[in-house]
Design a protein around this ligand. Structure first.
Ligand SMILES: C[S@@+](CC[C@H](N)C(=O)[O-])C[C@H]1O[C@@H](n2cnc3c(N)ncnc32)[C@H](O)[C@@H]1O
Length: 270
């Protein structure tokens, strides 16, 4: 059965506001791989697209991009955002894509594959990809740090402490992220595949964005359901501690958010 964690309208709106798009290094890794494989790219399907963060990046490079997600609320957010006419969105499970056999040039999933039924999804990937088509599954990991002047160590510690509170509410599927997508990589049904675990991106954010990012995570949403007051005060306390450490008063103060990505890349035999 599908794991539905990003369903609520409120959660989808927070997600759209605070989830960042793929960074420069991740984008470069993907584009270089596709160039190496000389993969044609007429039709791209972005699975578990959420509110379209990765889908909009793909639209800059490919002719036709379809974003799909199991959550209606997420797809509504994606449709409401500004996208080029080459992009469309569909509500459907990753394991049952409404596309023909051997019709897709590139199948992607950003920060979502760990939620899928991996075995069924891989069967579906094999069915829908054309010979020579590529599969790209990426996620950012929990290796995150916050950079601002000489406060990096202290800010990162505050962020990690808040994250540790949330970990109690994390779903067991997050184990795939903690294991750098090892099991997901092993399940890719193509012999031509690789896994890159050291892609680093620096995402420009503000203190408010970092707190918003925490709010957009599935463990935070589970915490909020369980104890709304405690959840709210965790965010307030995180923001307060960050601002005090930085010696500033505005939550709009910029910080740099460093993330490590993992990317699984595969190519179906021609
Ligand atoms: C963490 S979000 C990632 C969204 C976006 N790709 C991004 O990069 O921010 C995970 C998304 O996967 C979707 N999802 C989870 N299970 C799914 C499934 N079985 N089929 C399709 N989408 C699924 C959720 O609804 C959610 O929008």
């Amino acid at each position: 059965m599908a794991t539905q964690m990003f369903e609520g309208r409120g959660h989808a709106a927070v997600y759209q506001k605070y989830r960042f798009a793929p960074g420069k290094e991740l984008k470069q890794t993907i584009l270089s791989y596709l160039q190496e494989k000389a993969s044609p790219a007429e039709l791209v399907v972005d699975v578990g697209c959420g509110s379209g963060q990765g889908t909009r990046f793909l639209a800059e490079h490919f002719k036709k991009v379809v974003g799909t997600d199991i959550s209606e609320a997420q797809i509504q957010e994606a449709r409401d955002a500004l996208s080029p006419p080459s992009v469309s969105y569909l509500v459907c499970p990753a394991e049952e894509l409404p596309v023909e056999d051997a019709s897709v040039d590139l199948l992607t999933s950003f920060t979502a594959a760990h939620w899928f039924d991996i075995e069924k999804f891989m069967r579906e990937a094999n069915r829908v990809l054309k010979p020579g088509g590529c599969l790209v599954l990426s996620t950012y990991t929990v290796d995150m740090s916050l950079h601002y002047g000489n406060c990096t160590e202290k800010l990162t510690k505050i962020f990690r402490e808040s994250w540790d509170v949330l970990l109690k509410y994390s779903h067991n599927k997050i184990k795939h992220v903690r294991e750098d997508y090892k099991e997901i990589f092993e399940a890719v049904p193509f012999p031509d595949k690789k896994r890159i675990t050291d892609i680093f991106d620096k995402i420009p954010m503000t203190v408010a964005d970092v707190v918003g990012y925490l709010e957009s995570t599935s463990p935070y949403q589970a915490f909020k359901k369980n104890d709304p007051e405690a959840a709210k005060s965790l965010l307030q306390e995180t923001e307060k501690r960050m601002l005090e450490t930085m010696g500033v008063s505005s939550p709009e103060t910029p910080v740099e958010f460093w993330v490590r990505h993992v990317c699984v890349l595969g190519c179906k035999a021609r």
